[in-house]
Unconditional design. Structure first.
Length: 324
């Protein structure tokens, strides 16, 4: 069982398509298909069920992929352990985060790390938090950066920064006439006196309104449901969309109201914003964390990145990470 065999099978399993996997692996579709057939003949088992579209793993294939991921993770850990003998001249760091956090929050830390340790390869995997949990468990990434619930027996979480949710309502929405005076994006970003003295809103005031929510991600509809249940109602979700950025655009177009994180306000680079209303801390405040698997081997390179990231946060540059 070689690294190439494991990598090829896992790629096909993740893409659920030989042609898409071939594109990802920079090989031709016929050669990859022939390679998989040859491996199945060598093993004497079928790894994929090709009678369905998209293709699926067989029971044997699921077992192969499960152990293949563990073996690749062990190989990566061994290589990092060997690199540790050379100090921080070589090695790799594997980070996982949502597309939004990668795009808007991590640029400065990645650039600073490359400048300080040019010989260390830093790779980024974009996925939702459920997928990141799986990747951490399988040893496919060293860290995940995000929010949400993680089993403390399995994962170690270190808070990097606080994140706050706001009720977002388009200025043209008639609802604004019955709501308190809102905050602007500038109030939040600049922490104006108005921002500092603004009382939280009673979310039950909007229980009969139409909401917009994302289908997946850290800011999905389940987050909205959990917050609204605490206020005694179930939200009416008029539109379910794919990303938090799309939620933002729908709110600005007065197609519903939503809960939006201040990360989007700080780093979204939007020229126009809806009105914002703060929630009580017990409803609207959560943590952005650096998450790793307990008892996992962390190379010196991984530890160096974690330290640099925490230092950037500690000296107040977290809000600047999305900038140049």
């Amino acid at each position: 069982m070689t690294t190439q065999q494991l990598t090829y099978v896992i790629a096909v399993a993740e893409c659920q398509s030989i042609s898409k996997a071939a594109e990802k692996l920079y090989v031709t579709q016929p050669s990859l298909s022939q390679y998989i057939h040859g491996l199945e003949k060598q093993l004497g088992i079928k790894l994929f069920d090709r009678s369905v579209t998209p293709i699926k793993l067989t029971d044997a294939g699921m077992l192969y992929v499960e152990w293949g991921r563990k073996l690749l993770a062990m190989e990566e850990s061994m290589n990092n352990a060997l690199s540790d003998l050379m100090g921080l001249e070589t090695g790799s760091v594997r980070i996982g985060a949502s597309s939004f956090r990668v795009r808007c929050l991590l640029a400065r830390s990645i650039a600073a790390f490359h400048a300080k340790y040019p010989g260390i390869h830093l790779s980024i995997q974009e996925a939702d938090m459920k997928q990141l949990r799986d990747k951490l468990t399988a040893g496919e990434i060293d860290f995940a950066i995000g929010s949400g619930e993680f089993d403390e027996k399995t994962f170690h979480m270190e808070t990097l920064a606080d994140e706050r949710f706001y009720l977002a309502v388009a200025p043209s929405n008639p609802l604004t006439e019955s709501l308190p005076e809102p905050l602007s994006a500038s109030d939040i970003i600049q922490a104006t006196p108005k921002f500092l003295r603004q009382p939280p809103i009673d979310l039950s005031l909007v229980k009969d309104e139409a909401f917009v929510a994302a289908n997946a991600g850290e800011y999905d509809r389940e987050t909205l449901y959990a917050v609204c249940r605490e206020c005694g109602f179930t939200p009416d979700i008029e539109y379910s969309v794919q990303t938090i950025e799309t939620v933002f655009s729908f709110v600005c177009s007065n197609m519903g109201i939503a809960l939006l994180p201040d990360s989007l306000i700080y780093y979204g680079n939007f020229s126009q914003h809806p009105n914002y209303y703060p929630l009580p801390d017990e409803l609207g405040l959560c943590s952005i964390s650096l998450i790793s698997r307990r008892n996992a081997f962390l190379s010196k390179a991984s530890q160096a990145y974690a330290l640099l990231l925490k230092q950037l946060v500690d000296v107040g540059t977290w809000r600047m990470m999305g900038g140049a």
